[in-house]
Design a protein around this ligand. Structure first.
Ligand code: C2E
Ligand code: MG
Ligand code: MG
Length: 573
């Protein structure tokens, strides 16, 4: 790969001494630092391709036993397909069709021989191009590396671990997986002393690395979670011995700047017993074993046994982890832009909850929100969502971004919790968010627990000045009557009706009717899940007000949303 100022190795395929000399002189005159080597026939080219490494090849079109097309094929074959280095074809007489064919076979350019002054700029262009490509390759490699590494410790991350496990499972019948997690104390440390938190993880990684063999695979999954994959593990005793060693290595207190901190670690292990276990099952089973350590409150190590099958069920694992997720700061909000369908300006964002399980990775809200609801955790988590969304809106305003509406989803339990209006009043006071900027998205499901009560809560919320949107309209109960009786401000047509708009006449009629009815009741109508331009076009004809969906934007992190909003605003200005 040509580096800045490095001498370029140029191979010239040319049988005419005069033409070769002309090129040599032209190069000498130019500022291009180049070393020219020359071959004059097929045998010479073969030898040059196998012996040398070339930054650029200049090829005459007609040689006694070779033409440029054959030369291009030979160069391509040497590079495993298409030519790996730029090839420029020069010719005294070349038909357009031949030139096209040469380009087709990978030549970068074709030019007339008498046009030497034109050759130099072409060479310069190709050199610049080769340099840019080399830089791009380096940048891609760095990005690839980042996607597979934990940024704090540089160890392979969960994605890499999964790939490794899959490869391991193909040919190692007795592989094993250990998950290593540090206790709650270290989460507190991370929250209170972020720098110390990073140092702690790095030091943990260093200590664990001293305990692993050359064939073992150590990964850093998340903050205080590490994993160790072993290609062979013959006995449970051997596995237990490794776990003890790992735990012991983390026992001595950690020196973190001015602090000396002791942590406790625990390990769940899964020895592979059947060839059916895939990577996901291994992670789940080891996580189940890890949970048992907590439950038994004794030793710091637990081995997966078939009687844990019950607790091994994914749902129980998730529920157990959700109990700690808030304290461990595992939740995050993403924001999906909503835009006016007529002129495309951003009118607001919907805050969507994201959760990353320490060992299992990101879990869909479609899976964990119902667990939060069933376990009653939704009340606390939901309060955090409202607080965080309002705080974020305040941060954006402080950054000078245009004011927008911010919508949060509310579950039925939250809605019927007695303190809801007080909570929201306090949050609004604390964040100074104008109440009309906050939109609460609720589904028809909230009404199940008593319509009169629901309306009373809605009225109280309205007195605070916040807005209410009916989410997923049409999905569950489809009672048009709710629309009339509920004091709501907007309704969101469920994605289910949007998905098939192109194919289904019935869905088009339903959507047209919902929009018309919404408007007749003075409501704003939002369509969610818009993925294609034709869906959007249809909604424009229905005079739907607001659009939300992947077509306009996927849900974004707070930082990305701020950039999105800035750009969208600048474009419309
Ligand atoms: P939702 O309130 O109806 O949110 C819209 C969902 O549709 C989001 O899924 C969003 O990512 C997805 N979506 C948006 N545009 C498109 C699109 O063009 N195509 C497709 N296929 N999907 C699109 P997500 O984030 O997975 O959330 C799912 C559901 O989980 C939400 O549905 C909501 O009911 C619930 N949820 C999310 N965050 C919270 C929360 O903070 N509290 C409560 N109680 N529920 C939440
Ligand atoms: Mg919603
Ligand atoms: Mg929805």
């Amino acid at each position: 790969m040509p580096k800045e100022n490095a001498v370029l190795q140029i191979l010239l395929i040319e049988d005419s001494d005069d033409d070769a000399e002309l090129l040599r002189l032209a190069l000498l005159d130019s500022a291009i630092p180049a070393q020219l080597s020359r071959v004059a026939n097929r045998a010479g080219l073969s030898a040059a391709l196998s012996d040398g490494s070339w930054d650029l090849i200049v090829c005459d079109h007609h040689l006694p036993d070779l033409d440029a097309l054959i030369a291009l094929d030979m160069i391509g074959a040497a590079g495993g397909g298409r030519p790996a280095m730029p090839v420029i074809v020069m010719s005294g007489t070349m038909e357009t069709a031949e030139a096209v064919e040469a380009m087709h076979r990978g030549a970068r350019d074709c030019m007339a021989k008498h046009d030497l002054p034109k050759l130099l700029p072409i060479l310069e262009r190709e050199i610049a191009h080769a340099r840019a490509e080399a830089e791009l390759r380096t940048a891609r490699a760095t990005l690839q590396q980042r996607a597979e590494q934990n940024p704090v410790t540089g160890l392979p991350n969960r994605a890499r671990l999964e790939l490794h496990l899959e490869a391991l499972l193909r040919d190692q019948a007795n592989a094993a997986l250990l998950l290593i997690e540090v206790g709650r104390r270290s989460h507190a440390i991370r929250a209170l002393l972020p720098d110390a938190g990073h140092k702690l993880q790095q030091e943990m990684a260093r200590r664990l690395a001293t305990q692993v063999g050359p064939e073992d695979f150590l990964a850093h999954l998340d903050d205080g979670s590490f994993a160790l994959a072993l290609p062979h593990c013959d006995s449970e005793e051997a596995l237990a011995a490794i776990a003890r060693r790992l735990n012991r290595s983390l026992e001595p207190p950690f020196e973190l700047g001015d602090y000396r901190i002791a942590i406790s670690s625990r390990i769940g292990a899964f020895p592979r017993r059947s060839n059916d276990d895939d990577a996901e099952h291994m992670l789940l089973a080891a996580t189940a074993a890890l949970l048992q350590v907590d439950a038994r409150r004794g030793g710091a190590y637990s081995l997966y046994t078939p009687d844990m099958r019950q607790i091994g069920q994914r749902r129980l694992i998730l529920e157990s982890a959700l109990h700690q997720a808030l304290a461990r700061q595992e939740f995050e909000l993403h924001y999906q832009p909503k835009a006016s369908i007529s002129d495309g300006h951003v009118v607001g964002a919907e805050a969507l909850l994201r959760w990353r399980h320490p060992t299992l990775g990101p879990i869909s809200p479609l899976e964990f929100v119902p667990i939060l609801e069933d376990s009653g955790l939704i009340v606390d988590v939901g309060r955090w969502v409202i607080e965080e969304a309002c705080r974020q809106a305040l941060r954006w305003r402080k950054e000078g971004l245009p004011a927008i509406n911010i919508a949060v989803n509310l579950s039925a339990d939250q809605f019927h919790e007695s303190g809801l209006t007080d909570t929201i009043r306090n949050i609004l006071t604390e964040t100074q968010l104008p109440p009309e900027r906050l939109v609460l998205e609720i589904t028809e499901r909230v009404a199940i627990n008593g319509e009169a009560e629901t309306i009373a809560v809605m009225d109280a919320l309205h007195r605070l000045g916040v807005r209410i949107a009916l989410d997923d309209f049409g999905a569950d109960y489809s009672s048009l009557g709710y629309l009339k009786r509920f004091p709501i401000d907007s309704l969101k047509i469920d994605r289910m009706f949007i998905t098939d708009l192109d194919a289904s006449e019935a869905d088009r009629n339903i959507v047209r009717a919902i929009v018309a009815m919404g408007h007749s009741l003075g409501l704003r109508v939002i369509a969610e899940g818009i993925e294609t331009e034709s869906q959007r076009a249809f909604l424009v004809t229905c005079e739907c007000d607001v659009m939300q969906g992947y077509l306009y934007s996927r849900p974004l992190t707070a930082g990305d949303f701020a950039r999105f909003l800035t750009m969208a605003t600048a474009q419309l200005a």
